[in-house]
Design a protein around this ligand. Structure first.
Ligand SMILES: NC(=O)C1=CN([C@@H]2O[C@H](COP(=O)(O)OP(=O)(O)OC[C@H]3O[C@@H](n4cnc5c(N)ncnc54)[C@H](OP(=O)(O)O)[C@@H]3O)[C@@H](O)[C@H]2O)C=CC1
Ligand SMILES: N[C@@H](CC=O)C(=O)O
Length: 429
């Protein structure tokens, strides 16, 4: 590590986020030096294609395709490539030689955060990843630092900008899923492979990171129950709107006496719920803590400038610590986790049925719920008069996932049920 009051910064990636990060490093050099107590010298930018068209005009001499050579000269490495490899090897290489790393790579942190954190600690380096969850919103440091003296019981949020952008457009304009996805990609919100967004995997990685920090443990993305929004139809969105709900992709990490559950799925929430008003690519995260009570964090969840802001916050934090020569704080304890099976979680279901309207049909449907120990909050029938088919919308009280699922299976087998038209969970009060 260099001893002078200047830190050599290597940037890996100059895409949506990397290009804006480079712009801030170059344009705000003076202010960053004042705030860090040390100047930050951008020594190079590693990319795949040096002469690719960029969102920002950057000095050509900074570009290289030799990431390893750049890493080997750096005090601080900013990784904004995305994906597990080669990003993982580059980060490990930097940490192994004592260089600190800032990354926005949630896929990698959710998969290998424990190993990389241990590598950082072993080499006296820092590893920071505020940008990995909810774009510009400061959420990881509040959870890890500000709430370190409290007990977090639940984190629930909209943490994927692309899917919120899509669901919001479907709700407000009735737009088709595919058209809105193309727009989200053009705006730079979507991942390089947008199935990570619409399949819920990006939100699952963020949920794993949030759960790990909130509950002082290690949860990886493959331990998160994950459902995306590809099955959500325009009819679901319209029916939800009709009943006073909006559909959002929620990431939920919850801890109670039974254990920890971490899950991502599209869910109905009441239009009056604060999360319902989160529009476009914005994100919001609710945190419930025993002593702090309820907290809500809101802001831009994706895009070049907002995410670069979070990256630069981490870079300044790293630089301050290096400039002060301060010892690294002790990491959060890595407690054993009792992850609940998804069948054990409790939630409410909203079930749409097409039924054959005949005397006694509602009682027969209600019987199915009773048999499985699931209590009904409301049952609304539309149509049926003068025609055979009617639609039924049923909202349940809280039940276990296992009981709710077997109820739906039994409904499918009932002779008066033509089809189960939708099944969606309901969250929030
Ligand atoms: N976009 C967003 O809103 C957000 C993104 N993130 C995360 O930030 C990271 C970057 O995202 P984003 O900027 O959107 O990604 P982009 O796809 O826009 O940019 C990726 C950059 O990495 C470079 N790159 C990719 N693979 C390699 C490689 N093997 N060797 C060298 N360079 C490589 C590309 O080079 P070239 O230009 O030559 O192709 C490009 O400059 C990801 O981890 C993402 O999940 C986090 C929060 C929000
Ligand atoms: N693809 C992600 C980008 C930010 O993490 C999203 O849409 O939220």
């Amino acid at each position: 590590m260099s001893g002078e009051k200047s830190l050599k910064v290597a940037l890996l990636g100059a895409g949506t986020v990397g290009a804006q990060t480079a712009r801030i490093l170059l344009d705000d050099a003076q202010a960053l030096a004042e705030r860090s107590g040390v100047s930050l010298e951008l020594i190079g930018i590693a990319v795949r294609t040096v002469d690719a068209k960029r969102d920002v005009q950057l000095p050509a001499e900074l570009f290289t395709t030799d990431a390893n050579a750049l890493i080997d000269q750096a005090d601080v490495v900013i990784e904004l490539l995305g994906g597990l490899q080669p990003a993982g090897d580059y980060i490990a290489r930097a940490l192994s030689r004592g260089a600190s790393v800032v990354t926005g790579n949630k896929a990698l942190i959710a998969a290998e955060g424990a190993r990389l954190n241990a590598l950082a600690a072993a080499n006296g380096a820092q590893l920071r990843y505020e940008a990995a969850v909810a774009g510009a919103i400061p959420i990881l440091r509040p959870i890890a630092d500000s709430l370190a003296g409290d007990h977090i019981t639940k984190v629930m949020g909209i943490v994927n900008g692309t899917t919120n952008f899509i669901l919001d457009a479907m709700d407000s304009t009735g737009a088709a899923f595919a058209d809105v996805l193309a727009e989200a990609q053009a705006l730079g919100y979507a991942e390089a492979d947008p199935t990570a967004d619409v399949g819920g995997h990006d939100a699952a990685a963020k949920a794993a990171i949030l759960a790990s920090l909130a509950f002082h443990t290690t949860v990886s993305s493959d331990q998160v129950h994950t459902e995306g929004i590809t099955q959500v139809t325009a009819e679901d969105v319209a029916a939800a709107a009709d009943a006073g709900y909006v559909i959002k992709l929620l990431a939920i990490a919850q801890k109670d006496e039974a254990g920890v559950s971490v899950r991502v799925y599209p869910s109905l929430i009441k239009r009056s719920h604060p999360l319902a008003s989160v529009r476009g690519a914005f994100n919001a995260v609710f945190v419930e803590a025993e002593n702090a009570g309820d907290l809500m964090f809101y802001g831009a969840g994706a895009g070049g400038n907002p995410t670069a802001s979070a990256v630069m916050g981490d870079v300044v934090a790293v630089a301050r610590q290096l400039a002060a020569g301060a010892p690294l704080p002790n990491g959060s304890a890595d407690l054993p986790v009792n992850l609940l099976d998804f069948d054990q979680i409790t939630t409410r279901y909203w079930i749409g049925l097409s039924i054959t309207d005949q005397p006694g049909v509602l009682a027969r449907v209600a019987d199915v719920f009773g048999t499985h120990g699931v209590s009904i909050e409301s049952m609304i029938q539309h149509g049926g008069e003068g025609s055979e088919a009617a639609s039924l919308r049923i909202l349940t009280h809280l039940g276990t996932e296992a009981a709710l699922r077997t109820t739906v299976e039994a409904l499918e087998a009932l002779d008066v049920v033509n089809t189960v038209t939708s099944v969606m969970r309901v969250e929030g009060n």
